[in-house]
Design a protein around this ligand. Sequence first.
Ligand SMILES: Cc1cc2nc3c(=O)[nH]c(=O)nc-3n(C[C@H](O)[C@H](O)[C@H](O)COP(=O)(O)OP(=O)(O)OC[C@H]3O[C@@H](n4cnc5c(N)ncnc54)[C@H](O)[C@@H]3O)c2cc1C
Length: 424
Amino acid sequence: MSEVLQNHLSKSSAPNSQNRSVDVVVVGGGIVGKACALGLAQLGLQTIEIAPDLGQNVPNPQGTQWGQRIYAFSPSTQKLLAHLHLWDAIDHGRLQPVRDMRIYGDRGEKNDQLHLSAFEAGTPQLAWIGEANLIEHTIDQASRFQNKLERINDVVEKIYVDADGSTLHLKNGGSIRAQLVIAADGANSPIRNELGMSVSEESYSQSAVVINWLCTYPHLETAFQWFLPGGDIVAMLPLPGKQVSMVWSTSPENANDLLKLDQAQWLDQFASIAHGAIIKQLGELTLNSTPAAYPLRKIRAKRFIGPEASPKVVLIGDAAHVMHPLAGQGLNLGLRDVAVLLNILGKRESFRSPSDIVLLRRYERQRQGDTSALLWVTDKLKKLFSASSNTERQLRNWGLGLVNKSHFIKQRLIERALGEIDFE
Ligand SMILES: Cc1cc2nc3c(=O)[nH]c(=O)nc-3n(C[C@H](O)[C@H](O)[C@H](O)COP(=O)(O)OP(=O)(O)OC[C@H]3O[C@@H](n4cnc5c(N)ncnc54)[C@H](O)[C@@H]3O)c2cc1C
């Protein structure tokens, strides 16, 4: 995208003639964009979703090889998927409920650990672990039968915003006019950039290496996380059967080296970290997917609606916020954006258009708190466990043990991880 155009451009100032006009356009074909587009169409709004990866429906994952992108889905995500009539259509044989979380400090001492338990919190599970494709496939299936939703396999090249709405110009030609544009176009959000919406951004100088493993001991429906000296974090998330999905956050150089390891070298790695605790817990691990690495950063858009002078565009998902994956919450947070937006648009008074400023401000207000709190907590935890002084090391490990003894704090932590949303 080359041209930055914002504020009050009149409809006629957009170069090409308009081909189409709808209530809402969702830009982006990740899980957040797909869920949002489906939900809007279910509200009865004429919706178009545009992304370059909408050409083919995502196939239903099958067999013993599990998809590479594995996520922890929180109960708030489950609630949204149920609201969209998707939850019961998902193949639950490929979803693993998490009943316990065990988090270990970096000194290897017995008391440096935090145990969160669904049983103690009085909830059936803390989260579910499953493949991104499983959710995407189910959304794709439902979208095929939704006559208010049209999907266009294309790239948005330009956006012109005026007092009545926006005009989007597509790479393959043609333009679309919408009252409201929802940017779900990911961390580098071209729409956000084009409108000049500012962000605060920080690299963690880490990459996350993800791999699925077969293990010889049962994982006990437990998600494990080890903080390692130097700031690395290894999470092992349970999958159905004797399988786990690893997320190892480490320096980009080490991530590069890890990607090249063979099976035997991996076992040596596991023996040498966390005092061998990973192998003691899960037994022998056998590679069950191709490894991949993702750079990690923190991004927060200053405003979630824009452009400043006449907001007609809403940011959701990674376009609005990106966080460290140590809490497994980025997607869940993005889907809470969707839930709030659907609630607000679903309840709007009949005289308000979908891009009415009152509604957009309501959305922004409701999402600021949840986003700031999660970004703050994950950021502080990441930094506390990267700090190298002895004092900080003692403090963080002592802190884990202390929190572990407080039922009250643990209950609050679990409430935050479950995420609250309500549909009226
Ligand atoms: C290692 C790792 C592990 C993670 N684990 C978890 C977890 O366990 N739980 C959790 O909740 N979150 C997790 N996350 C976060 C999660 O991956 C993201 O928050 C989520 O994928 C964001 O989804 P999205 O739909 O907003 O963006 P994306 O999935 O990035 O989708 C963006 C979409 O926009 C489209 N697009 C871009 N530009 C244009 C354009 N110009 N025109 C049209 N379309 C465009 C793209 O093609 C794409 O379809 C993890 C992240 C990492 C890195």
